[in-house]
Design a protein around this ligand. Structure first.
Ligand code: ADP
Length: 234
């Protein structure tokens, strides 16, 4: 599906007392269904603001955002709750797992807010965590915790998976394994995946690369044949 996600002239101004900070200064881009999208840019460029707005956690000051024909920029609070609950899977840099629940319980918890959850054991298996599923987060490595976070997001069977610097807290090899998991997941399930990163080397793995600079889209590149994560180094 073309234009599964569409940002049209999206602006975001944060007001801090007298001072106004323009985080997004009129952003336009579109994303097709099933793409792995890399949003890249330096710190402060506006990546997190884009991801938070796309995830329904923040709203734009002006402009229009549609996701799967839903105009999320005109959603009220109740619509946004449903959107976040049913349509969006979120993966954070620092995993954000519930510490007193095991890996599988963390994933099960997420499925309780889903209309059509996937089979929890299958998702755990798909991310390579079956042997560790009864461990608590503190008993897992960073890479394993991120696998739980990905499983938790996927098990909800969301329309799109949003990843905020998913390898930022991981060492090189573990980070690569996580990116490979995300790329493989996209290929296997056809899910639309958006990853934000400050690491420009990652751009070669995306079907579409949106570079942002000072709150504006600097360039959009389509990769007809994205590289396999194994072949990328940085
Ligand atoms: P990135 O994710 O690319 O590092 P951000 O989207 O976090 O960039 O930030 C873009 C700009 O907006 C920065 O100048 C940042 O300081 C500012 N900003 C982000 N969030 C807030 C906020 N809640 N209040 C005020 N300014 C913010």
């Amino acid at each position: 599906m073309e234009n599964f996600i569409e940002f049209t002239n999206v602006r975001k101004i944060y007001s801090m007392g007298e001072v106004e900070i323009e985080a997004l200064g009129g952003i336009d881009f579109s994303i097709n269904k099933g793409e792995l999208v890399i949003i890249a840019g330096a710190s402060g460029a506006g990546k997190s603001t884009i991801l938070n707005i796309l995830g329904g956690m923040d709203s734009p000051t002006s402009g229009k955002i549609t996701v799967d024909n839903g105009s999320i920029s005109s959603y009220n609070q109740k619509d946004l709750i449903s959107y976040r609950r049913y349509d969006v899977g979120f993966v954070f840099q620092f995993y954000n797992l519930v510490q007193n629940l095991t890996a599988i319980e963390n994933v099960e918890l997420a499925t309780q807010v889903s209309k059509a959850p996937l089979d929890v054991n299958q998702v755990i298996e798909d991310v390579g965590l079956t042997p560790r599923k009864n461990n608590f987060p503190s008993q897992l490595s960073g890479g394993e915790q991120q696998r739980v976070a990905i499983a938790r997001a996927l098990a909800k069977n969301p329309k799109l998976l949003l990843c905020d610097e998913p390898t930022g807290a991981l060492d090189y090899e573990t980070g690569k394994a996580i990116l490979k998991l995300l790329q493989d997941t996209g290929k296997k399930t056809g899910m639309t995946i958006v990853i934000i990163t400050h690491n420009l080397a990652l751009t070669s793995i995306g079907n579409r690369v949106i570079k942002v600079k000072s709150g504006k889209v600097d360039s959009v590149t389509i990769n007809p044949s994205p590289m396999d994560v194994e072949k990328v180094s940085w």
